[in-house]
Unconditional design. Sequence first.
Length: 257
Amino acid sequence: MTLRAVAVLGAFDVEHRCLNLSQLSRRSGLPLATVHRLAADLVAGRLLVRREDGRYEIGARLWRLGMLAPANDLRELALPHLQDLVTATGHTVHMAVLDGGRALVIERLIGTKTVPTRHSPGGHLPLHCTTVGKALLAYAPEPLVDEVMGDLRRHTPYTVTDPRVLHRQLEAIRRTGLARSAQEHRLGVSGVAVPVTGPEGVVAAIGLLAPLTSPRLPGALPHVRAAAASVSADFLRSGLGAAAGALDPGVTKSSGQ
């Protein structure tokens, strides 16, 4: 029953904030009658709210519980450095942690000299074709890497779908501490990302997005590295690393595979 309730809650995402029972049933893969009962229980527990039009949305109690997640502490700690990075580069900055086989965006700040972006906090990004995804995947456990390599979905004509090529890219990331992507997830967009480390290894990645033709991206690399280094240092000093295991599988051994 708990897993079914989780499936109902998992039907919501950034693009599906309000859902009726039929939509909840379809997106959760559960029978309509089951969804009806679970939705009533979740409303009673204040995890969902039933609107006057009959649709459901996430309740404030679930938001409050989510604020207790270690990833939120990391986001708050990083925020001043992310703001400085946006000011220094003018480009959109985002931060992500591992969430299963995807990258979970925990913060996004839009720059003044950048391209519109569709990913916002709470959204997911693929690991194999985004900068923050690759920066996380390079230090991920080998079973997760194998899982990702088995499903290299093509998002654009430039998406890397050859596991051998991606393995070489991950090796380069571990060697240089820098992930790059150009039009692999979205046409016209390039980016770089750098991992954030804690006591046990990589806990997040900070990425910067820019138009493909931007002449400012190479000059932004020192700023991205400096931001990641500052967040890593603050994370270590904060003592949050003692709870870093709660970010698992976002916490990965920095020694690689």
